[in-house]
Design a binder for this molecule. Structure first.
Ligand SMILES: [Zn+2]
Length: 411
């Protein structure tokens, strides 16, 4: 019960930003002494801090008590980094010390690269991480929250399958990070962090599919303000929708996945083929689209993405899609084309309104929220590594048929 109350109070503060003890007690339906006791505990853990608010008109209710004089209010600790956030990408890894407030935008001051030609990428990754660690003041970290792509068994705190970074499947990432920072380490699926962060930055947006474009294409689903959970540690894998006629091999082991056409690498490959002589850089692709609009080869990459998104909306019963990442950096014609094509395929657009909007990434906000839930106020089911593993067995990887594969399964 204690943890539930603490978590509810922290969630409320994430929404309100700043609030008095009385505001919190009222919003949560707790007695003032109960709310006050939780606040004192969280202050003792350095999770909350007191701030002076002039005029006192920013919380809800309780205005008269503060009117005209400074009021002491509470907020999540904005003054010091309490988590280390790590964003693991195909070649680039980014780092940031994260305070507990909801950041208005992602900012990653530290970064390093591990080339895909590296013979032992896991060792190179740990070595680079150790080097960057020297520049960070890590004394106050309550934990490290690592955003990772692919299929993550969050209960067991490990990567099951990573189409674009296969080395992470065998590496013990929490142990590697834990050797540098001896605090709890949490692996978080990268799109889930994005979707949760988007919701925290836009609390009114509470039912949506988020699709992020970049090195791959992934999605995550928020329903009634909460990430959708499934029996399998797999959801939103929209980038691996097959596209008829597409012969490009995908990192997942299949041929013709949508992300091979519309990831950064996929788009640049199509651009190089369509405009020989042009240097296939993201900058020159941007300029090409600004000049030529959505040409047929580009439409051929956007159409399958839109079809997969529309299919997902139809299946999930959602009418809102939020697009983040690389496509939003291109000229507006790209998002306009994609939005129109999504609406074309979405049933809800026939008699209602389908919203397709672009948004900045709020991954750090999502990482902080998950870190608070699972490291600051964990319940029995969320301490990393202390859980019975998910009830599913390890998936059968391409080329590795398992003895447990049912005979009727074609591989
Ligand atoms: Zn694939």
């Amino acid at each position: 019960m204690g943890q539930l109350n603490r978590r509810a109070l922290l969630r409320q503060l994430q929404k309100l930003g700043v609030a008095s003890r009385a505001d919190l007690a009222k919003a949560l339906g707790m007695s003032q002494p109960t709310a006050g006791k939780i606040v004192d505990e969280l202050m003792g853990m350095d999770v909350l801090e007191e701030v002076t608010v002039n005029g006192g008109r920013d919380g809800q209710g309780d205005v008269a008590a503060h009117l005209g004089r400074p009021g002491r209010k509470l907020r999540l600790n904005h003054s010091r980094a309490k988590f280390l956030g790590i964003q693991l990408g195909v070649t680039t890894t980014n780092l940031a010390g994260l305070t507990l407030g909801v950041a208005s935008e992602d900012h990653w001051p530290g970064s390093f690269e591990v080339a895909d030609t590296e013979p032992n990428p896991a060792r190179a990754w740990e070595r680079n991480l150790r080097q960057v660690a020297r520049s960070l003041d890590g004394e106050n970290f309550l934990g490290v929250v690592v955003s990772v792509p692919g299929l993550i068994d969050e209960a067991a705190n490990r990567v099951l399958f990573s189409p674009n970074i296969h080395w992470t499947e065998k590496a013990d990432l929490p142990a590697m990070v834990g050797r540098i920072w001896p605090v709890p380490v949490l692996l978080v699926q990268e799109e889930r962090a994005l979707a949760l962060g988007h919701h925290l930055a836009n609390p009114e947006c509470d039912d949506f599919l988020l699709v992020d474009f970049g090195e791959g294409v992934g999605g995550a689903i928020i329903v009634e303000g909460k990430p959708m959970y499934n029996p399998l540690p797999l959801s939103g894998e929209i980038g691996h929708t097959p596209v008829p006629g597409n012969t490009r091999p995908c990192g997942c082991g299949a041929v013709g996945c949508m992300e091979t056409l519309i990831s950064i690498r996929g788009l640049l490959a199509s651009f190089a083929a369509a405009a020989p002589g042009a240097a296939p850089s993201w900058r020159s692709l941007h300029d090409y689209i600004a000049q030529n609009g959505v040409t047929p080869w580009l439409a051929q990459s956007l159409d399958p993405a839109a079809a997969a998104i529309a299919g997902a909306l139809n299946v999930l019963g959602l009418r809102r899609v939020v697009i983040t990442g690389s496509l939003t950096e291109l000229p507006p014609a790209v998002m306009q084309y994609l939005s129109a094509a999504v609406r074309n395929g979405a049933m809800w657009a026939r008699f209602g309104q389908v919203e397709c909007s672009s948004a900045p990434r709020h991954r750090t906000a999502g990482l902080v929220a998950l870190g608070i839930d699972r490291l600051v106020v964990p319940d029995n089911h969320s301490v990393p590594g202390k859980l019975p593993s998910a009830k599913v067995s390890r998936p059968v990887l391409p080329g590795k048929p398992s003895a447990t594969t049912p005979p009727h399964t074609t591989t």
